[in-house]
Design a protein around this ligand. Sequence first.
Ligand SMILES: O=C(O)COP(=O)(O)O
Ligand SMILES: [Mg+2]
Length: 230
Amino acid sequence: MPAPAPLSLSCFDAAIVDLDGTMVDTLGDFVVVLNRMLGELNLSPITAEAVGRMIGKGSEHLIRSVLAHVEGDAALFEDAYARYQHHYLAINGQHAPIYDGVAEGLATLRARGLRLACLTNKPTAFARPLLAIKGLDVYFEHMFGGEAFERKKPDPLPLLKTCEALGSTPARTLMIGDSSNDAQAARAAGCPVVLVSYGYNHGRPVHEVDADGYVDSIADLARLLGPGSR
Ligand SMILES: O=C(O)COP(=O)(O)O
Ligand SMILES: [Mg+2]
């Protein structure tokens, strides 16, 4: 089998970047907020390790998974979700450092002419202020949260809609994510995909996921793509 062509900057007009587990290590925020919520509902606390396996499929999925994990009544969902939203907005970003190389990598991709959008399954009401608090909003022309489109990743729809907003074709739009969710959506949309090695990936090793490349930081990715001749 011929070796796949190496990815280079000349292959792309744009990139779509995931948020949780890719740009910001939000696990600490999730754990604090979920444990406040569980405490108010008189349910037992949850560990960071368990939460890490549940992040990436949006807030509704997370709350349902957490309630099931602590053997809480599923009928508590509405009450739990309201408490979760309240606490999340109160501490958003306080226990969530940016990963190394993110700002540098995004700045390099922009400087080399790529148009950037952030696409996350996190609700827009959490994602937009988080990007701003971390100073990452300046790199993106568009930011779409989990409820922006009819379906979330791993469905390809949000990627196809984001390509449309960026004015780029899927084949020339690179997806940068941390999980099988991002990779499956990218494959189905026809976008090349690179995964970071440090994210959540639902608690599974990221190299198990079919992708076009794996990097240890977004700065490394920018270097790997080379100076290009766009
Ligand atoms: O599930 C979430 O809330 C965040 O997921 P993301 O990895 O798409 O940013
Ligand atoms: Mg992610």
